[in-house]
Write a protein that binds this ligand. Structure first.
Ligand SMILES: [Zn+2]
Length: 265
């Protein structure tokens, strides 16, 4: 670690100490309680003392928000999005659709003499294909986020850690193709522009818990149906998750806008 400060992943242990995978547990004197989700920690040395600087993400829900049509949304790879009112949006998978064409174009590069006009032209063609995929994706996300922001005043989504998910090599390409990060950014500013709000809720058991009776039904990713032994409800996995996401957002909203002011659609 240097005096300039290092960026690292951390958490708090149950005993209140700061925990870092490299340094272990560290005693810490907190000058004020931390509010919000910790995004980053910078440890800095000034003279003999060490300081921790926390960067947090706080969600501010405006008190005058129109919470009359709140909806929960689960994003995924099977369906692009499933809403808590049952509406589903297909995943367009733009990259997947162009994959064959891309591979072929890529292969052709190796057949050309490096540096030749043909070679440069082929590189250009591959680049154009990627641009086309990116534009298609952007266009789809703009339209979808625009329509959602118009239709709903409150949209609740899960706080996904996309960077961590992309480390899963098996599905990283599909996740990149889905453009969830871009989608959430678009949704956030479009909701705000329309007087609404995008609420991010903690990603905790949203696909496991039963949206009817709260019973926890553990299931792997491949199980697409939520079947609750306790209350007998059978729901599509993503639909059940969307309902739970909405419920979590309502709990947060009630604190801000008060009882009886939230109506779901
Ligand atoms: Zn149940």
């Amino acid at each position: 670690m240097n005096a300039k400060g290092n960026r690292m992943a951390m958490s708090f242990s149950d005993n209140g100490k700061l925990f870092n995978t490299k340094l272990g547990e560290i005693d810490i004197l907190l000058h004020r309680p931390l509010e919000g989700r910790i995004k980053q920690l910078i440890i800095k040395r000034q003279g003999k003392r060490w300081y921790s600087i926390f960067c947090v993400e706080r969600q501010v829900i405006p008190a005058n928000i129109n919470a009359n049509n709140a909806v929960g949304m689960d994003v995924g790879l099977n369906k692009y999005a499933v809403l808590s009112n049952g509406t589903e949006y297909d995943n367009p998978r733009f990259l997947r659709k162009k994959e064959k064409q891309l591979k072929k174009a890529q292969r052709k590069i190796s057949e050309k003499k490096k540096g030749s006009a043909n070679y440069i032209g082929q590189v250009q063609r591959v680049r154009q294909l990627h641009v086309k995929v990116a534009n298609q994706r952007k266009d789809f996300l703009h339209k979808l986020s625009y329509n959602l922001a118009i239709d709903y005043s409150v949209i609740a989504v899960e706080n996904l850690n996309i960077r961590n998910m992309i480390r899963n090599r098996k599905i990283s390409k599909s996740i990149s193709d889905a453009g969830w990060g871009m989608f959430r950014n678009m949704l956030a500013y479009k909701c705000e522009k329309n007087g609404g709000v995008l609420i991010k809720v903690e990603q905790k058991f949203t696909s496991q818990d039963c949206s009817y009776c709260n019973n926890r039904v553990k299931k792997s990713l491949s199980i697409r149906t939520h079947i609750c032994q306790k209350c007998g409800v059978v729901l599509d996995r993503d639909y059940n998750a969307a309902k739970n996401i909405l419920q979590k957002a309502i709990e947060e909203l009630l604190v801000t806008v008060g009882q009886g002011c939230v109506r779901t659609v």
